[in-house]
Design a protein around this ligand. Sequence first.
Ligand SMILES: [Mg+2]
Length: 404
Amino acid sequence: MTRKEFLKISGGLGALGFMPGSLRSELTARQIGMTESQPKVTIRSVEPFLMPDNTALFVRVTSSEGVSGWGEANRKQARIVLGMIHQLGGRIKGKSVWDTEYLWNYMYFKEVDAGQNGFLGGAIAGIDNALWDLKGKLLKQPVYSLLGGPYQDRVRVYASYGRGTNRPKSAVEMAGIAAAFVEKGYRAIKVRMQIRQLNKDPNPDPSPEVIREVRKAVGDDVTLFFDANNGYSPFRAIQVGKELYEKYNIASFEEPVAEHNYRGLAQVAEALEVPVTAGEHEFNRWQFRDLILQGKVDMINPDVFKSGGITEAMKIATLASAFDIPVMCHNTRPTLSTAAALHFSMSIHNAAEFQEYGGEMRETGLQKYFRENLDYKDGFITVPRRPGLGLEPDEAQIEKDKIN
Ligand SMILES: [Mg+2]
């Protein structure tokens, strides 16, 4: 049988790639049982909502059916991200709400000259997460079901808190906060030193004293993560990581060196026994590829409101799974961002034991914009089984309070 004869009689999906576009869509629709009378659900509008004090940048995508999905975009450089959301919204208006994979690549490659880092990934994330919420609402399914999950019914979370930069908290204050987290049922805590590059290699170094007091306050059974927030040179990071692991049993050393220094990161990861984590400054699959291959990290922590949203995060997780690298979501916001992170982490088989929860970090006042909130109890968050991301926004209140 010739190739042409085969194509004539097969009519199978395998042959569709050779057919003209119009015939292809007609055949595909027929073969999967759709009728042509079913309306196409398209994107009617994409609207950003910047909340007071830049505490959140929400995105509403409304479909031609009138149903809306809500997502959260990166609030850093909020006005620039907001402008990019308008730009991307104009590009995808009228396109199908179901095509999240195509739309992600369409948005990214149309605007890639904006740069791979930062605000482009953050803007796409807001729209992408809203589209997943929308698809779930239209299909009456939670997002984790659409992603092929869940691997777990509830997610174990860790409390994350920082030392502060204007008036850094003392070791005793940091220990007091850690003890309060343990009282609330947390079994894992992350201490963020917020040293950063402008204050690199501080002398005297506050980290050993802070971690000593925190370990004393929480006892030996609590998992303790340590985040230097990019504050060390490689040689100093190796000294600090060795000391904190051997004396206080830290379970992860996050961002030991500057985010662009993959060579230094690899030096640290190879020198230390404690797992080295990074990923909150990577914004797409290609950057995570370099982080893994060049930075040689042991664990990654992508953020679903920074690195392109759920669609891209799933690719990043698959990439990491090929290296047996666990994924521990970075997540500093308590509402839609947390919901997106939880649906994502429930749907991947290489989720780390603990995921970050930003709800305890500080009072953002964002919970009041939702009729129901995420249920934290005894170290776990139970993810809503409601359609979409499972949070119901108070749209009137968000529209009233927005500052854009
Ligand atoms: Mg961090």
